[in-house]
Write a protein that binds this ligand. Structure first.
Ligand code: ADP
Ligand code: MG
Ligand code: MG
Length: 917
């Protein structure tokens, strides 16, 4: 024992020291190996140096006292466990040294295989295995990996030496190299090490082990690991664990191999085992994408019993972890070993399907299913696709459909190039041989990836699914020409900056800039999930809809009502605009009411459609809101019309236009958003209010007569005082009464206020006395609270975000501290004077998951968002309720979020958030 406590945890045939709860200490890989061993899954024995050692080492630059003793004991234990000894020339023990942080960081830190081989032991291994070829292949791999990772020799040196020998031997695959060739490779690798480092490759296995462990701990602070942590928001202080494990060999012949798989398809979610396998290969061969693997299903033909065992073992794992597993395995001479398991990263499509399926299978609860899909990730499903309506163009080539969606952009041939182009505002597609962790910065800015090598589990594919970006891998028809900086794709040559289009759902690559169209949208699984979310939520999700078409979409999207219909959008139709202009420009009551008489039936017709679509759900119609001059032509336009009239000597027209121009000039405002708009219009032009109320209620009467159940809610915008509200509510009720008297019929309706001015929020208690609902217009409320113009604050807001003065754009995610406090106050005050009052939110924030969570915590009854955002908002509303009920659900989501990386960080972020609420 020492200062930091127990440092090493063993996993072996008869004793396992760690278990599934020790992720923080053992790291993701270590904890998985311990738990799998406990479950009786075949795992090669080994031990894990815990993260506390890493933290101590990074802090103190030395290891805790007593670690060496613990380490020696562990190695001795392992030697007895497997019956061979480190450095033994006859029965050499061979080890892998693997890194594993509490949060998976794929490709961030390198594993070293075959530790324990040297010039003597390689002969023992050859003798024991009966294959010199295999022994030498293992040895050259050790020298290569160890030297790159530990001794920092350039990877290219080894690649070049290998390429030379491959071409002089005329073989394409390493597995076909002869014993002589492998001897040459080992010799040449050793001389590279001597030349670059000035020292021979270390022959002492204990020294190899020590140096490898040091290197893994140090790699925690490598630039690429740091970059990844920053990108994913992973804490710097976690540290990594190191697992030392007995080697098993996938490169022992045609009866051996290595593979990566998923218990369900990570792209589509289909409930079948999915993955890739390479015969006679070791370790990273498969992930590196240097050889093209076969589908796991191939195993069922060549090794049927083993395939069945694999299915059965991984199904056990999925049941145990109650989540889709991504696993790594090796077959040594017909015997199966599992080397890793973790919750699988998956596309949004797959996350939705697997969650719904697993809940239906009874493996998880509905709540768990809901929490496993991030609301924002649905945008990926609802992401654009290539539009082939003009016929399918000829594709250049086809690769693996590694991550769905579509990408259309300009080619960049390297991560750095992608960064430069993206900074210039371009949409970029990264086209490379393959990608590695070193390309992360370029992948973060690209809209899609295309690689020449690799398969469905290569680096590019995994990263793309995590980021929700489109990706095609292993498109064989690509050859890069580094000297000219071009690439041939299919039969065409491309330069960087050329347009390219990717179809991530089919793997097809197209030249040029193809049109995009809206995404798949919902399917049966998403619909089921959203139904569950709606059932679960305490906050309703309504839609903003201005036109009958919008309303139809709202209805099919299961909106619980229309929270905002902007009537002015109905006036911009050219036919109607003329009447609108006539109304605004009218010199007297008579002309005005004539124009309004023209407009009324048009509005009524639209409202009827909305009521029919939504019956029996509420439809909230906002009275005219924008400044009137928005409906008028510009002074310049009128001036040129005047000139034209004069040229034609049409003096009457010229005089008339002249009055129009003067009228427009008098209506001009220097601050229109704080001008003559909103309820101020209803107060100064009461005829407009009367016309609109009549149109609404007549539409309600008509549709009620047809057997529908219209629920009109009349909403008055930009209220700032009780008196305004009182006068306008009376005007609305009077109009309604006289209409009902005329028609000898009534329909229920309600009147409400939009709260979008700070003063209205502060006086909400008084305003609430005159209405039955209030709805926060959070866009204007944010604008007016901050004094930031919604229309032209971009330049400094971006700067605010860059300098981290703001954590989030307040026009996207509600400012809880300021605007949120106003809302909270307003709701409390309104409920005090009017206990039954209904509370809504109809700004852009109504579709933002983060904001929905906050609104739900305030007890808001509904949010209203654009129809396209409905699925995201519905799921977010379900999450809001589940999280508020059981804080433990937070950790539940985190072990299983689609992008498994960052899960612990997510916990931290979530906790932070719940504090600030
Ligand atoms: P990564 O974090 O990149 O997934 P791993 O530690 O999982 O790194 O190692 C990569 C690959 O090396 C594994 O998928 C496996 O194929 C191989 N490997 C690691 N340890 C062993 C071992 N003890 N025996 C055989 N292969 C191993
Ligand atoms: Mg790796
Ligand atoms: Mg691995």
């Amino acid at each position: 024992m020492n200062l930091v406590g127990k440092c090493i945890y063993r996993f072996g045939k008869d004793s396992v020291e760690g278990d599934g709860s020790m992720r923080e200490l053992l790291g993701g890989k270590g904890v998985g190996l311990a738990e799998m061993t406990r479950l009786g899954v075949p795992v090669p024995p080994g031990f894990t140096l815990a993260t506390n050692v890493c933290r101590y080492w990074l802090d103190q630059k030395t290891y805790p006292k007593g670690l060496q003793r613990e380490m020696d004991d562990a190695v001795r234990w392992l030697e007895i466990e497997v019956g061979s000894r480190l450095g033994d020339p006859v029965e050499p023990l061979l080890l892998s040294v693997r890194s594993g942080a509490p949060i998976s960081m794929p490709g961030m830190m390198d594993t070293i295989l075959n530790i324990g081989l040297n010039d003597k032991c390689v002969l023992g291994l050859a003798e024991r295995s009966g294959s010199m070829r295999f022994a030498l292949d293992s040895y050259r791999r050790l020298i290569q990996m160890f030297s790159i990772v530990v001794l920092e020799v350039s990877k290219h040196r080894f690649d070049r030496a290998l390429d030379e020998i491959r071409s002089s031997e005329r073989v394409l695959e390493d597995s076909a190299l002869s014993v002589d060739a492998l001897e040459t490779i080992v010799r040449s690798f050793k001389s590279i090490v001597l030349e670059v480092t000035g020292k021979p490759f270390p022959q002492d296995p204990h020294e190899q082990l020590r140096l490898a462990i040091d290197a893994v701990f140090n790699s925690w602070n490598s630039p690429r690991a740091k970059c990844y942590r920053k990108l994913e928001g992973i804490s710097e202080s976690l540290g990594t664990a190191v697992t030392v494990q007995t080697m098993v060999f996938g490169n022992r012949g045609e009866n051996s191999g290595t593979g990566v798989g998923f218990t369900r398809n990570p792209s589509t979610g289909e409930p079948n085992i999915f993955g890739e396998f390479l015969f006679n290969a070791q370790g990273e061969d498969i992930v590196a994408g240097t050889r093209t693997p076969v589908a796991i299903a191939e195993l069922s033909k060549r090794m049927p019993e083993l395939f069945e065992e694999l299915v059965s073992v991984t199904t056990t794992l999925e049941r145990h972890y109650r989540d889709v597993q991504e696993f790594e395995f090796t077959i040594e001479d017909g015997k199966l070993f599992l080397l890793q398991t973790r919750s699988a990263k998956r596309s949004a499509l797959a996350a939705v399907r697997t969650s719904v399926d697993m809940a239906s299978e009874g493996l998880i609860t509905r709540s768990e299913a809901l929490l496993r899909v991030k609301p924002a990730s649905l945008t990926e499903m609802l992401a654009p696709q290539l539009n082939f309506s003009d016929g399918d163009p000829q594709s250049l080539t086809t690769g693996f459909a590694a991550s769905p969606g579509a990408a259309v952009g300009l080619i960049a041939f390297s991560a750095n190039e992608a960064v430069v182009m993206a900074a210039a505002g371009k949409t970029v597609i990264l086209v490379t041989e393959e990608t590695t962790a070193d390309d992360i910065h370029g992948m973060a800015v690209a809209t899609g990836f295309l690689t020449a090598r690799g398969g469905a589990t290569s680096h590019a594919a995994v990263v793309a699914r995590g980021l929700g970006k489109c990706c095609i891998t292993g498109a064989k028809d690509i050859s890069h020409d580094l000297t000219s900086g071009t690439a041939r794709i299919g039969s065409e040559t491309f330069h960087s900056g050329d347009w390219l289009s990717l179809d991530g759902s089919t793997g097809r690559v197209f030249a040029g800039r193809l049109p995009l169209k809206a995404a798949v949208g919902t399917n049966h699984y998403l619909q089921t999930l959203l139904d569950w979310a709606i059932e679960e939520s305490s906050i309703e999700v309504w839609a903003n809809a201005d036109t009958p078409e919008d309303a139809a979409r709202a209805r099919t999207g299961n909106a619980a009502g229309i929270g905002l219909c902007r009537t002015e959008h109905m006036f911009f139709d050219p036919k109607r605009l003329n009447h609108m202009r006539a109304m605004i420009l009218a010199n007297n009551e008579l002309d005005r009411s004539a124009a309004l008489d023209e407009l009324l039936p048009m509005q009524q017709h639209d409202f009827e459609e909305l009521f029919r679509s939504m019956s029996p759900l509420p439809v909230t119609i906002r009275l005219l809101d924008p400044p009137l001059h928005e409906f008028l032509p510009s002074v310049e336009e009128v001036t040129s019309e005047i000139a034209a009239a004069r040229r034609e000597e049409n003096w009457d027209a010229a005089i008339q236009l002249e009055t129009v121009r003067r009228r427009i000039e008098t209506m001009r405002e220097s601050n229109p958003m704080m001008g003559h708009r909103g309820c101020r219009l209803s107060l100064t032009y009461p005829d407009i209010l009367r016309m609109q109320v009549r149109a609404i209620l007549q539409a309600a009467l008509v549709t009620a007569g047809e057997g529908f159940a219209p629920v009109p809610e009349i909403m008055v915008p930009l209220i700032s005082s009780e008196e305004e509200m009182k006068v306008l509510a009376e005007a609305i009720h009077e109009t309604a009464s006289s209409l009902f008297a005329e028609r000898q019929q009534t329909v229920p309706y309600s009147v409400g206020a939009m709260i979008e001015l700070p003063r209205a929020a502060i006086c909400a208690g008084r305003i609430a006395k005159h209405i039955s609902f209030l709805s926060f217009g959070t866009n204007d409320l944010t604008q007016m609270t901050y004094g930031f113009s919604r229309d032209d604050s971009r330049s400094y807001l971006d700067e605010y975000l860059k300098q981290e003065i703001f954590a989030a754009d307040p026009f996207i995610t509600i400012d809880e501290e300021g605007v949120g406090s106003l809302m909270k106050f307003a709701i409390g005050a309104a409920q005090e004077t009017n206990p039954g009052i209904k509370i809504g939110v109809c700004g852009e924030h109504g579709g933002d998951p983060e904001s929905i969570r906050f609104f739900s915590s305030l007890g808001v009854d509904y949010v209203s968002c654009s129809t396209a955002r409905l699925p995201v908002a519905q799921l977010a509303a379900g999450h809001a309720k589940l999280r508020s009920e059981a804080p433990s659900c937070v950790s539940l989501e985190c072990s299983t979020v689609p992008a498994e990386t960052g899960s612990v960080a997510n916990v931290e972020r979530l906790e932070e958030r719940s504090h600030s609420v």
